[in-house]
Ligand binder design. Structure first.
Ligand SMILES: Cc1cc2nc3c(=O)[nH]c(=O)nc-3n(C[C@H](O)[C@H](O)[C@H](O)COP(=O)(O)OP(=O)(O)OC[C@H]3O[C@@H](n4cnc5c(N)ncnc54)[C@H](O)[C@@H]3O)c2cc1C
Ligand SMILES: NC(=O)C1=CN([C@@H]2O[C@H](COP(=O)(O)OP(=O)(O)OC[C@H]3O[C@@H](n4cnc5c(N)ncnc54)[C@H](O)[C@@H]3O)[C@@H](O)[C@H]2O)C=CC1
Length: 444
């Protein structure tokens, strides 16, 4: 029997814990989490805030109870303060000051990420919000009920910022969305795609402010103003969504780190310390699109890395196959999905890259209903011909299409192989000359 300690029981931790408890029943599993809930789907936060779902109930898929019924010992609201990696002991403190010492044979760090806090004056003012935890969402929703709270400035037009801008607009607030880049969603899409999202956001009344850097927040107790290098914006609430950083506090002095501080792990999720594994947002991933170690904070990566670590910890060797950072967003019915890297990113990274684009309706023109335009871009390396990334955008649900490109990047498929990939045709679904083939065929 092994003593397995898991620190952090959100998406990564939950995946690891369930895999261990379901498949390797003879171990002693001890879980610590500083929060009072498990498995909160942050991805449902915008839907809840924007009243597209009526409650938060469905946003949890696991609990302390479930773990305990499967035989684990669970300490909630208990923060691990320190780890003695030589003696293999975890030191934790409960909400009421209770102290715990737990020895381990194998340790899984699943401490996740923290929202990046900009180094600006005024960020401690009331109504300046981060949106990561269940408690953050509740807090924001309570404040939104106050009709005097009218103007919301969202800083960061990445995934959180864009989703929340929509949510705030849906509940009748005036929304200004600020990003220091020249467009929204710039880490995921080329401008030809992000411009479509910008147009979607502005047509729904969101004020877009790009290429401005927030320099300070002003107010009297409560935030009242966002000051940038070029302008000032009135704000009754400011939401900061400028990215995540890995929560490495428990290992930053003892474990090897990636350039952004994430715990550096191998394909078995093992850190530089023997018997210590790291998963989810606190750890690195192997990024197949660039064939290098990277940091990509996504729930999907968290879950898969949890499964991989669990099997290795319990003695079944299993290697991660790497990730492509596949992602998607849906804002007022405009759906955008991407995988791998954009053309702009490929160029920035020094690839001799090319992009092929195609635009068409999803189905033949004679289909009169539920037939939308689809825009696709495939990015590939001109030298190796290997696919580096893909982007799709439509009001049609094209989400499943991105998985094919995800697999192509994972398997290092060339653009030329995609040209003749067998793609079925039925007018109810697609076209005989479909946009995958048509885009790929353009590659010279
Ligand atoms: C608003 C929002 C929307 C999102 N939407 C999506 C989406 O649509 N798709 C997607 O793939 N991803 C999405 N994400 C990202 C996703 O939520 C994260 O990638 C995911 O939560 C990572 O899971 P994790 O378990 O690694 O880390 P976390 O969720 O950060 O969990 C870490 C856990 O560790 C605990 N912990 C930390 N330190 C200690 C300690 N010292 N002692 C004890 N416990 C500790 C914390 O309490 C927490 O429970 C979204 C995130 C947000 C905020
Ligand atoms: N649909 C999905 O899959 C979702 C995924 N997530 C994930 O959660 C993580 C965190 O999300 P985000 O915080 O939105 O990160 P993000 O990386 O998606 O976006 C951050 C944005 O902030 C901007 N920015 C950075 N510094 C800034 C500054 N000082 N001032 C103004 N803008 C600044 C960046 O240009 C970028 O557009 C990401 O990994 C994201 O992929 C979050 C929400 C939804």
């Amino acid at each position: 029997m092994e003593r397995i300690v898991v620190i952090g029981a959100n998406h990564a931790g939950t995946a690891a814990i369930n895999t261990i408890l379901d498949n390797y029943k003879d171990n002693k599993v001890v879980i610590f989490d500083s929060n009072d809930n498990i498995s909160f789907l942050g991805c449902g936060m915008a839907l809840w805030i924007g009243e597209q779902i009526h409650s938060s109930e469905g946003l949890f898929y696991c609990s302390k109870d479930i773990f305990e019924k499967k035989g684990a010992k669970v300490y909630m609201e208990t923060r691990v303060e320190r780890i003695d990696y030589d003696k293999k002991i975890v030191f934790a403190e409960g909400k009421y000051g209770q102290r715990y010492q737990q020895e381990y044979d194998k340790l899984i760090l699943a401490t996740g990420s923290l929202p990046i806090s900009p180094n600006i004056e005024g960020k401690e003012l009331d109504n300046v919000q981060f949106v990561k935890l269940f408690q953050n969402a509740k807090d924001v929703i309570d404040k939104l009920h106050n009709d005097a709270l009218k103007d919301i400035v969202v800083v960061g037009a990445g995934y959180i910022g864009v989703e929340l801008a929509e949510a705030f607009r849906r509940v009748g607030k005036n929304v200004t969305l600020i990003d220091n880049m020249h467009t929204c969603l710039s880490s995921y899409y080329d401008q030809e795609f992000s411009d479509i999202m910008s147009e979607n956001l502005s047509s729904h009344g969101i004020k877009l402010v790009y290429n401005e850097i927030v320099t300070k927040l002003e107010g009297n107790g409560k935030v009242e103003k966002v000051v940038t290098d070029k302008n000032e914006y009135h704000a009754d609430m400011v939401v900061l969504g400028i990215g995540f950083k890995p929560n490495n506090r428990l290992g930053k002095d003892d474990l090897e780190l990636f350039c952004n501080g994430a715990f550096l792990v191998d394909k078995q999720q093992q850190t530089s310390q023997p018997d210590v594994y790291a998963i989810g947002d606190c750890a690195t991933v192997f990024d197949n699109s660039i064939q290098k170690t990277n940091y990509i904070a996504l729930a999907t990566n968290a879950v898969r890395s949890g499964i991989v670590a669990a099997h290795n910890v319990c003695g079944t060797p299993l290697e991660s196959i790497g990730v492509q950072g596949s992602n998607g967003i849906c804002i007022w019915n405009l759906k955008m999905v991407s995988t791998g890297i954009s053309y702009a990113k490929a160029k920035k990274l020094g690839y001799d890259a090319a992009a092929v684009d195609y635009e068409d309706t999803q189905k033949p023109a004679f289909i009169e209903h539920d037939n939308y335009k689809v825009k696709i871009r495939i990015v590939y390396d001109k030298k190796t011909r290997i696919v580096l990334g893909a982007q799709l955008c439509s009001e049609y649900d094209i989400s499943m299409a991105i998985h094919m490109f995800s697999l192509a990047i994972q398997e290092q498929v060339t653009i030329d192989r995609l040209k003749l990939t067998d793609i079925f045709f039925l007018p109810h679904f697609n076209q005989p000359y479909n946009y995958f083939t048509m885009a790929a065929l353009q590659a010279k």
